[in-house]
Design a binder for this molecule. Structure first.
Ligand code: CU
Length: 172
């Protein structure tokens, strides 16, 4: 299971929007454990982060959204840790977009494609899932407002087990 998961994540190295950020999530200045690269670590300890949100066994860290103009599309990324049994991110709500979908992305011989995830995104038991450019992400379709760098916007995440939690995503 772990090896398969590692392979899947390792394949997703490019941004869904064909843009790449060097450090889309890591904030080493506030991380007492120093630099971390935990995209594939299923057993990492809970990270310390400014914007961590806890809901039962779920912790959401480093939520951020890509800046974009009103009417355009954007995406939201975050780290989701699960200290309990398997859970699933079922849906996301926000007033910032006309529609919101959970997407996976794949790099097939240099061609990026992305698809809606039908039955939610699994957050493995005692594991970590990273929503990041080129991998799973929350797709914002038809922004109802401009997403301005430095601002933040609230999103409601609904998990099958843990329930619903509000997360603020910093716009970058
Ligand atoms: Cu997408």
């Amino acid at each position: 299971m772990r090896a398969v998961y590692f392979l899947l994540i390792a394949l997703f190295v490019m941004s869904c929007g064909n843009k790449t950020d060097g450090t889309p999530y890591a904030d080493t200045t506030t991380d007492p454990m120093g630099s971390h690269n935990m995209s594939v670590d299923m057993h990492s300890p809970t990270l310390v982060a400014d914007n961590a949100v806890h809901l039962k066994d779920i912790t959401v860290l480093n939520a951020w959204a890509r800046h974009a103009a009103k009417g355009d599309n954007s995406a939201v990324y975050m780290i989701i840790e699960n200290t309990g049994i398997n859970d699933t991110l079922m849906s996301v709500d926000s007033i910032t977009a006309a529609a919101i979908e959970l997407h996976s992305a794949m790099n097939n011989k240099g061609m990026m494609s992305m698809d809606p995830v039908e039955n939610g995104i699994l957050i493995p038991a005692h594991g970590t899932l990273q929503l990041q450019p080129g991998s799973f992400h929350i797709m914002l379709i038809g922004l109802t407002t401009e997403l301005t760098s430095g601002a933040s916007v609230p999103f409601e995440l609904t998990f099958a087990n843990a329930g619903t939690v509000e997360v603020n995503a910093e716009i970058r």
